[in-house]
Design a protein around this ligand. Structure first.
Ligand SMILES: [Zn+2]
Length: 233
C-alpha cells in the first residue's frame, strides 16, 4: 500500500514504501509493489519503477516479459508510454519517470525547451539550455536541439544569441494546455512545480557557470586528456 507525503518542494509527494519522488501525473501511487492494473501501460510503468534511470521502450518491453510474463509489441508499447504522462520522454524512444530527472509532459525537445525557458523565466543560450537538459537526463543529438529551437513557434532568438519564451499567465496557460505538464484537474499544483523546476535549473546554471570558470590546464604530450575539465564532467 502506498500513501503520499506532502512534497513541499513542488513534487507530488513521495511513496512511503520505496521513498521515490512522485510526479504530478503519477496520481500519488507508485507501482513499486507491482502493476496497478492489467493494461499494458501498467506493466511498463511497474518496470520503470524498478529502474534507476530512463530506458528505451524496447528495454521496458523486454523487462515486462521477464518480470511479469507480459508479451507486449514494441510498437504498441511506444504508443502506450507516449500517451501516458506518468512516463516522461527523455530522448528518441526513451522514457523515464519524474524521479529519474526528465520533465513531466514534454514529448519532444521543443516541448522541453519551452518548459525550461518558461520556468527559469530568463533567456538562455543553446549551450546553457543544453546543460540543463543533460543534467535532467535527456539524451539527444545537440543538432536536434538547435533544430527544435529554430523551428519552434514559441521560442524566439535574441540578438545576443540567447533564446526566449513568453512569460506571464497567458503563456503559461498555453504551455500547460499544449505540453500537458500537469493534469487539468491538478493545475493548482503548477506554481509549486514551476518554482521547483526553476530552482533545479538555476542550480544547474550556477554549476555550469562555476565549471566555465575553472582554468583549463595546458595540454602537454603524455598528459591524461581525460583529466581535463570539460563542460560535462
Ligand atoms: Zn513506491
Amino acid at each position: 500500500m502506498t500513501e503520499v507525503l506532502p512534497g513541499g518542494s513542488g513534487d507530488a509527494g513521495r511513496c512511503t514504501r520505496c521513498g521515490a519522488e512522485l510526479g504530478v501525473w503519477e496520481g500519488g501511487r507508485c507501482a513499486c509493489a507491482g502493476p496497478l492494473g492489467t493494461r499494458q501501460a501498467e506493466f511498463l510503468y511497474a518496470v520503470a519503477c524498478t529502474l534507476p534511470a530512463p530506458a528505451h521502450v524496447r528495454d521496458l518491453v523486454r523487462l515486462a516479459h521477464h518480470d511479469h510474463g507480459q508479451v507486449i509489441a514494441e510498437a504498441s508499447a511506444k504508443v502506450a508510454v507516449a500517451a501516458d504522462r506518468r512516463f516522461c520522454w527523455s530522448g528518441s524512444g526513451i522514457y523515464g519517470l519524474y524521479r529519474h530527472g526528465p520533465l513531466p509532459g514534454p514529448r519532444n525537445l521543443e516541448h522541453v525547451g519551452r518548459l525550461v525557458l518558461a520556468t527559469t523565466g530568463e533567456p538562455l543560450t543553446a549551450a546553457a539550455l543544453e546543460y540543463c537538459l543533460k543534467a535532467s537526463g535527456y539524451r539527444y543529438n545537440p543538432a536536434s536541439l538547435k533544430n527544435a529551437l529554430h523551428q519552434s513557434a514559441h521560442i524566439a532568438p535574441l540578438v545576443d544569441g540567447r533564446w526566449t519564451h513568453p512569460v506571464g499567465d497567458e503563456a503559461e496557460h498555453r504551455l500547460l494546455r499544449e505540453v500537458r505538464v500537469v493534469p487539468p484537474s491538478r493545475h493548482r499544483e503548477w506554481p509549486a512545480l514551476r518554482d521547483a523546476l526553476a530552482r533545479r535549473f538555476r542550480e544547474s546554471l550556477i554549476k555550469r557557470e562555476a565549471r566555465l570558470r575553472v582554468p583549463m590546464r595546458p595540454c602537454r604530450p603524455g598528459l591524461d586528456w581525460g583529466s581535463q575539465p570539460t563542460l560535462w564532467s
